[in-house]
Design a protein around this ligand. Structure first.
Ligand code: FES
Ligand SMILES: [Fe+2]
Length: 454
């Protein structure tokens, strides 16, 4: 096979583009765009996932120099509100000062280094006081008081304000970067700035937040969500075999897979899929997609009916017509990944946000934040976000009733991770990736290498 042919093969059946082209309410331009380049087919070294030395290098050369979202704006709506965000050994305080302006600082005393606020999450204070000797700072990070000031003539506000961290807001998310010399967040967002003008996330609110410790390196864990290749074996789902994968740049990739359609020929290459239905009627597809059981008129499609059902439910919830909202936005699994660890789903029926982080300095476990966002009426105050539900490694997502049927799906998605992390240690070879379906994984590793080599 020539180099130019590599990565060009696709699954049989209708493509995402074919499906979107016949939708009743057409998709906006970003969803019709596609971008793919062959990125190579060499194996990935397994020690990238298992070596504590590699993880330590990631921490100092990548995590300490990349933009990452820490919390949502609604976590700290008022003056004096603050949020503590931890990444590996680093900890950051995001604070709203008396005039409502956001600041971010290192969560460390400028006297002898004590961590100022103990645990991650939301809090409030008229200022910040160190629990050791009582130095204090205003909400904007400027030094307020030093006990026994006579002994510190060498300490001035300019020299001992809290150490700043870069901070920016996008889509209702507050991002931080420990590297104050970093290029702006907009550089890292690449096409997302433009694409998400069609998918505003700042008007959504957090409906559910689950944080789980997973038994794998943070990269292995997130990679279980970057491809739909696993859908057949792991979920016994016929959806996903003809998922579209896009590589938009160094930092942003995407997949789109359709719901409300059925393409059995896309599974022709999968052994052991006798469970699939050879053919489904549109009424059967509708019942499986949105649980609506009814006869369809001649010419009606499950996808159009399911999308219309979604539009009318959303219009009722928001008190505003949703007639222009495309079928794809209502129904499809549209997943943008922002380097290094952030997933944003702009869809309505599939409206998640994921974040995967190292678990302290552990290489074999990670923390997975799963948020479900819901559109919220513009101009109406958002309720305070729910406290995260914490699940430890051996707990099940089905313990979280708010997740409904998704609990079983997340158990399936995370159920292979311990085996993968163990297997990587005795692999004796690297990881092999599909040229198209797993190209997003390769892109992230290539960008990670750029950080590690810098
Ligand atoms: S270490 Fe913070 S006041 Fe001394
Ligand atoms: Fe999955």
């Amino acid at each position: 096979m020539s180099e130019t042919e590599k990565g060009q093969a696709r699954a049989a059946g209708r493509s995402v583009h074919d499906v979107l082209a016949t939708d009743a309410v057409p998709a906006p331009p970003p969803l019709l765009a596609s971008a793919y380049d062959f990125l190579g087919d060499a194996d990935l070294d397994a020690q990238r996932y298992t070596d504590p030395g590699f993880a330590a290098k990631e921490m100092t050369k990548m995590w300490a120099k990349t933009w990452q979202w820490a919390c949502r704006e609604e976590h700290i709506p008022e003056a004096g509100d603050r949020y503590v965000y931890d990444i590996g050994p680093y900890s950051v305080i995001i604070s709203r000062d008396d005039t409502g302006v956001l600041h971010a600082f290192r969560n460390s005393c400028t006297h002898r280094g004590t961590r100022l606020i103990g645990s991650e999450g939301t809090g409030f204070g008229t200022g910040i006081t160190c629990p050791f000797h009582g130095w204090s700072w205003h909400c904007d990070g400027t030094l307020e008081q030093i006990p026994a000031k006579w002994d510190f003539p060498h300490v001035q506000p300019q020299t001992h304000d809290l150490r700043p961290v870069a901070c920016a807001v996008w889509g209702g998310f507050i991002f931080i970067n420990l590297d104050t010399a970093a290029t702006p967040l907009s550089d890292q967002l690449e096409v997302m700035s433009e694409h998400f003008e069609h998918f505003p996330l700042d008007t959504r609110r957090i409906k559910v937040h689950v944080q789980k410790r997973l038994p794998a390196n943070w990269k292995a864990a997130q990679e279980a969500f970057l491809e739909a290749y696993h859908n057949v074996e792991t979920h016994h789902s016929p959806n996903g075999a003809n998922t579209q994968y896009d590589i938009f740049g160094r930092f942003v990739t995407r997949f789109i897979h359709n719901t409300g359609t059925y393409s059995p020929e896309s599974l022709n290459d999968y052994p052991g899929t006798e469970w699939r239905d050879p053919v489904l009627t549109e009424a059967e597809i509708l019942a499986r997609t949105v649980g609506v059981t009814r006869e369809l008129e001649a010419g009606e499609t499950a996808r159009a009916v399911a999308a219309e059902d979604g539009r009318s439910r959303l219009a009722n919830a928001l008190g505003e017509s949703q007639a222009d909202l495309s079928d794809s936005q209502i129904l499809d699994s549209i997943e943008y990944h922002l380097f290094p660890n952030m997933f944003f789903f702009p869809g309505i029926n599939i409206p998640m946000v994921y974040r995967f982080r190292p678990d302290g300095d552990q290489v074999d476990t990670c923390l997975f934040d799963l948020l479900i966002l819901e559109p919220w009426p513009v101009g109406q105050a958002k309720p305070f976000p729910p406290e995260p539900v914490f699940l430890d490694v051996n707990q099940s997502y089905t313990d979280v009733p708010e997740l409904g049927w998704l609990g079983r799906v997340y158990d399936e998605d995370t159920g292979n991770l311990a085996l993968q992390q163990q297997g990587l240690k005795s692999a004796g070879k690297g990881l092999t990736l599909g040229n198209y379906q797993e190209a997003r994984i390769r892109r992230i590793h290539q960008t990670l290498d750029e950080f590690l080599k810098a």
